[in-house]
Design a protein around this ligand. Structure first.
Ligand SMILES: Nc1ncnc2c1ncn2[C@@H]1O[C@H](COP(=O)(O)OP(=O)(O)OP(=O)(O)O)[C@@H](O)[C@H]1O
Ligand SMILES: [Mg+2]
Length: 264
């Protein structure tokens, strides 16, 4: 299979079809079971949000989607291809099309903001320098940052700005799918709103598929088409924000309304 066949730009006709499907996945680290017979579907062009307890396996789920971790059993399908079967070349293509905005959003501290945002473009494309710089400016503007900060080092930025730069770096590659791992943790309400705006804007304007992990329920309700709740090593509860908010399942109700922060 050629690497370029792995993913393609979303077409209007394909919106809503599953772009990611995890099927009957088991994953354990030694004796520690993270997933048991877990399945999850992420429709193309929509925003799906994972909620659930700390240490439950949310980041592990995202890492399996981009092949950083392998399931012990089951399939992890991205655009129809089983990620554990992909070779190195195909995996590299997958990671260009599926951006993972890491929890913590680590930037390269010794590189300027502009070089951070340009990093993937310089590594993975042969775009001429003026186009790289134009894309960097456009991406910084898209995340609500002044392109003039391109020459600064990350150390001079606030936490909220660093998260936005990390996001700009991810969208510079024009991915089809963005995996946001706790994109608002540690941010103030204004920056939380900005990140929420970004997720909505990328979906509305570019048709990006988003998978978001967050503990922030107002943000989950605001950005999501569907919310999946992790419990007992799988995702037994999946629904629209309205369905989750009005669920009569005690565990969902308590988690969604913040009466417990840890469920199992
Ligand atoms: N590479 C690894 N090796 C061993 N154990 C791991 C590894 N990665 C994750 N784990 C374990 O798997 C479990 C799930 O981890 P994960 O990071 O997915 O949790 P999480 O739901 O993202 O939690 P948080 O909300 O705190 O980010 C944890 O018990 C963690 O210690
Ligand atoms: Mg995590």
């Amino acid at each position: 299979m050629s690497a370029s066949s792995i993913l393609h730009r979303p077409s209007a006709a394909a919106q809503g079809e599953p772009i990611i499907r995890l099927e009957h996945v088991d994953k354990a680290f030694g004796d520690h079971v993270v997933y048991r017979d877990m399945s999850l579907t992420v429709p193309r062009g929509q925003t799906t949000t994972i909620i659930g307890p700390s240490g439950g396996g949310k980041s592990v789920c995202m890492k399996m989607i981009i092949g950083l971790l392998l399931p012990d059993r089951g399939r992890v399908l991205v655009a129809g291809h089983n990620v554990p079967d992909l070779d190195e070349v195909a995996l590299r293509t997958l990671r260009r099309r599926v951006a993972y905005v890491f929890q913590g959003g680590a930037l390269f501290d010794s590189m300027t903001v502009g070089d951070n945002v340009a990093y993937g473009l310089r590594e993975h494309t042969d775009l001429p320098q003026d186009e790289v710089l134009a894309r960097v400016r456009a991406c910084l503007e898209l995340v609500g940052l002044d392109p003039a900060i391109a020459g600064e080092l990350p150390a001079s930025l606030s936490g909220g700005m660093k998260k936005r730069v990390a996001l700009a770096r991810s969208i510079a590659m024009e991915p089809d799918v963005i995996l946001y791992d706790e994109p608002t943790t540690g941010l103030d309400p204004k920056n939380i709103a900005v990140i929420g705006d970004m997720i909505l804007k990328l979906q509305a304007e570019l048709g990006v598929t988003s998978l978001v992990v967050t503990h922030d329920m107002p943000m989950a309700f605001r950005v999501s088409d569907r919310i999946a709740m992790l419990s007992d090593h799988r995702f037994p509860y999946v629904g629209t924000p309205y369905e989750m908010a009005t669920s009569n399942v005690g565990l969902v109700r308590d988690f969604v309304h913040g009466r417990i922060s840890e469920a199992s």
